[in-house]
Structures are given as structure tokens and as C-alpha cells.
Design a protein around this ligand. Structure first.
Ligand SMILES: Nc1nc2c(ncn2[C@@H]2O[C@H](COP(=O)(O)OP(=O)(O)OP(=O)(O)O)[C@@H](O)[C@H]2O)c(=O)[nH]1
Ligand code: SF4
Ligand SMILES: [Mg+2]
Length: 415
């Protein structure tokens, strides 16, 4: 059966090194497939190549082949280095491929420093050991090296073992398994309206279900229309109810106050990013005024839907909240505008294609420019007047917000 794990939920293992070191040969040897083009022409790989696979017992990973980082010279070379270097921001583990016959390591030292400063664990893959006796240079001595030949396949099993040792065991917080215990009942409220995709559940709902099962808890799913009957039918009181944000107001009325309640999008925001900072960022909304600039940052350039949340609904709800006149810009893709200082608020998308490391980096950029940042899930919850109740399941937020009076939001987002 096809594995539907999204790229953003996979451990990112990136392959770096000079041109011709054998990076593309390595990705092919590791996957047993012709994933990337190999040739003896330096600079063959120009754009990063992504290959998703199951790497047992680690789980779903994505291997990334990059362009050679010594590709200086013309403008195109510089562009390739930029693209390869941008992969650093999403790497959970780095493989630095070095030709066993190399005698100059300036680029390698520079890369190792980049890994170190970003706390990315790294393995030095000494390649082409079929051609050269490796380890002749002192440089290799104090490095975490694995000797391989991507051409013959020798050493690839060793490399796999080293990856298992070096990879972080958990690269993102759990979705909800830390909030429930074995034997607990957790209720998942899933509206099935015209916006729900036909014949399936969306990824956050699937994650919640799976995480609850992993924890040994007992998940019960129902629509908001059946919630009252579902709660009445239960012998055990649920410890947690998770709802789609759309139904939050209704669900909050039905679920007794002593049962913890939050939304799928807040759980997603916590897994992908720094939830306390995203909550802090949303507090800039009440001070927005007509004429202020707001940036909506989307991580991918998807085809906008008819009632697109980022392009249509959020701009409408924010404008209704402020009384109109906001200047709202939308940027798709990984780059922010050069100068963020003109913005009062950055609202980031749900980041489903990003991994946590990349989302945390993206949170740093507005923070450095002194601009508040929140995301779709947190903003929608705010506009629906669900704070502080929806934050109560998270111990790190309880103390900060439990007794805080939240600004009245007029609930422009409906529900
Ligand atoms: N003998 C030998 N040749 C290798 C090995 N690994 C790669 N090569 C050869 O080295 C050359 C470059 O290999 P690539 O895998 O394209 O190198 P790359 O690092 O991806 O190069 P760029 O994409 O140009 O940055 C090719 O001719 C490969 O066949 C190896 O382990 N042994
Ligand atoms: S949440 Fe972000 S990354 Fe996911 S589809 Fe929407 S814009 Fe793209
Ligand atoms: Mg290549």
C-alpha cells in the first residue's frame, strides 16, 4: 500500500559535498534506484532531488541530493550553491560526502561548521574507497567517518547503521500521545460538511487517531451533530476532546468545562512550530488598525481553492475584525520579502509541506525583524474566541494564560 506520509512529517537526511564527490551515486546506492543523474561532468546535479522512503526502524525519511557546494564561478553556480545551502534549513541529519583521495578540505570544514552552528548531526561519508586508500589525510582522523564505495555498494550497510545511531529519535513533538494515557477516552470531532474531502479524513485527523492508538488510549470519532449523544453514551469521562476549529464554539458549549478541549490545528501548530510564540504573536491582532500591513506567508504555491483559507477567508475575517482597510500581501514559497519591518503581523500557513526544523527557522526571521508572527490555526482559534480554553491541555501555556483576560474578538470567523 502506498505510504501517504507527507514530506513535512519525514526525517530529512541531506547529502552535501563537492561536485563529483559521488553524492548522486550515494543516493542511488542507498535507495537501490536511479533517483539522481550520475556523470563525471562536475555540476551534474543542479536542483535538489528529494526521495521519500521507509528507513526501518527509523520510519519515514526523505533523502535529499544536493548540488556540489564548490560550484563557484558563474552566476548559475552561485545559484546552485544557494539552493543547496537552503537545504541546510530543513536538514535533520547531514551526510557530507568526501572523495577518499581528497587533500583539500576547506569547503568541508566550512560545511561542518554550518552543521555545528545549526545543531545538525553529521556523518562524513568517505566515498570512492574502491579507488583510493582512505584515511590517508589527517583530516579524516578526528571525524565521524564511514568508508563506502557508492559504485560497488561496499560500506552502504555500515552507513545505514551509522544513520540509525546518529538520527534524532524524535524530530518533532507528538501530535497528542503525550496528552493522553493508556485506557483514556479521547473524542475527535470531525465535521463532515461540503468542505470535507470525499471518502477520507484529512491528515491532522488521521494523526490524532493514530497517536491516540499509539498511546493505548481509546479514540471515539463523531460529527459535531452526534457529540452530545456520544458523550452521553460513554461510561468513562473523556480526558480530551479535539475538534475541527470550525465547530469550536458549538463543541465548547456541549463539552463540560472540566474536560480538556483543543483543536486539530492547535495540535498541528504545536507539532510543527513553537506554539507559545505563535500564541504570543496573535496578541498583535487587537492592535491592528486600518491601513496596517499584514503578510500571509504560504509555504507552497498550491492552486488556491474557491474559498481559500489564506487568500480569501483569513483576509476577510481580519478585515472584518479591524473594520476594513488592512493591506494584506500573500507570499507563496519559501522566501519572505527582503524587508519585513513594514508589516505589523505575519500569519504563516499550516506548513504541511515543511518539517519542524524549517518552520522554527521561519519563525526566527520575523522575530529578528521585531514583527509579530502567528499561524492560521492559532489565528482562527483566536478569532473564534476559544482562548484560553483551547490552550489548557498544554502545561507550558497554562501558567502563562490561564488567568489572562483575552481581548473580545467579536468572533468574526463565525461558528
Ligand atoms: N570509482 C568510483 N567512482 C565513483 C564512486 N561514486 C561516484 N563515482 C563516479 O564519480 C563521478 C561523479 O559522481 P556523481 O554521483 O555524479 O557525483 P556528484 O557528487 O553527484 O556530482 P555533482 O552532481 O556534479 O555535484 C561519476 O563518474 C561516478 O560514476 C565510487 O564510489 N567509486
Ligand atoms: S498549509 Fe501551507 S504548505 Fe500546506 S498546502 Fe497550505 S500553503 Fe501549502
Ligand atoms: Mg550529483
Amino acid at each position: 500500500m502506498a505510504d501517504k506520509t507527507m514530506r513535512g512529517d519525514r526525517l530529512h537526511i541531506a547529502i552535501f559535498g563537492r561536485r563529483n564527490a559521488g553524492k548522486s551515486s550515494l543516493i542511488n546506492a542507498m535507495t537501490g534506484q536511479p533517483v539522481a543523474i550520475v556523470s563525471d561532468v562536475p555540476g551534474t546535479t543542479t536542483d535538489p532531488v528529494f526521495k521519500s522512503l521507509e528507513f526501518q526502524p527509523l520510519g519515514p525519511v526523505v533523502l535529499i541530493d544536493t548540488a556540489g557546494i564548490d560550484d563557484r564561478g558563474d552566476g548559475l553556480g552561485a545559484e546552485r550553491i544557494k539552493k543547496a545551502t537552503s537545504i541546510l534549513e530543513k536538514s535533520d541529519l547531514a551526510l557530507l560526502v568526501v572523495d577518499a583521495g581528497a587533500d583539500d578540505f576547506a569547503f568541508e570544514d566550512d560545511l561542518l561548521e554550518k552543521f555545528r552552528s545549526r545543531a545538525i548531526p553529521a556523518i562524513v561519508v568517505v566515498n570512492k574507497t574502491d579507488l583510493h586508500r582512505s584515511g590517508e589525510s589527517d583530516w579524516f582522523r578526528d571525524k565521524p567517518c564511514v568508508r563506502v564505495s557508492a559504485l560497488t555498494g561496499q560500506g552502504i550497510d555500515d552507513l545505514r547503521r551509522r544513520i540509525l545511531e546518529a538520527a534524532p529519535s524524535q524530530w518533532e513533538p507528538p501530535f497528542l500521545s503525550d496528552l493522553v494515557r493508556e485506557g483514556d477516552v479521547v473524542v475527535l470531532v470531525v465535521p463532515i460538511d461540503t468542505g470535507a474531502p470525499k471518502g477520507r479524513l484529512i491528515m491532522p485527523q488521521v494523526k490524532a487517531l493514530r497517536d491516540a492508538l499509539d498511546a493505548g488510549a481509546m479514540p471515539l470519532s463523531c460529527r459535531e451533530s452526534e457529540l452530545k449523544s456520544a458523550l452521553a453514551a460513554l461510561k468513562l469521562k473523556p480526558v480530551l476532546v479535539v475538534t475541527d476549529s470550525q465547530a469550536f464554539a458549538l463543541v465548547a458549549r456541549v463539552v463540560p468545562d472540566d474536560i480538556l478541549l483543543t483543536s486539530f490545528s492547535i495540535l498541528s501548530a504545536r507539532q510543527k512550530g513553537d506554539l507559545p510564540r505563535l500564541v504570543e504573536g496573535v496578541l498583535a491582532v487587537p492592535s491592528l488598525r486600518s491601513g496596517d500591513r499584514v503578510l500571509i506567508a504560504e509555504s507552497c504555491s498550491h492552486h488556491p481553492l474557491q474559498d481559500d483559507i489564506g487568500r480569501i477567508k483569513l483576509p476577510r475575517w481580519l478585515n472584518e475584525y479591524v473594520g476594513g482597510g488592512l493591506q494584506i500581501d500573500t507570499v507563496p514559497g519559501s522566501a519572505y520579502p527582503e524587508d519585513l519591518s513594514a508589516y505589523k503581523l505575519v500569519v504563516h500557513c499550516g506548513a504541511c509541506t515543511l518539517n519542524r526544523r524549517e518552520m522554527l527557522r521561519r519563525q526566527e526571521v520575523p522575530a529578528k525583524a521585531g514583527v509579530a508572527m502567528t499561524n492560521y490555526g492559532v489565528l482562527i482559534s483566536f478569532l473564534k474566541n476559544v482562548f484560553p480554553r483551547a490552550l489548557r491541555p498544554f502545561p507550558e501555556l497554562v501558567a502563562r494564560y490561564e488567568n489572562r483576560s483575552w481581548p473580545e474578538t467579536k468572533n468574526t470567523a463565525g461558528g
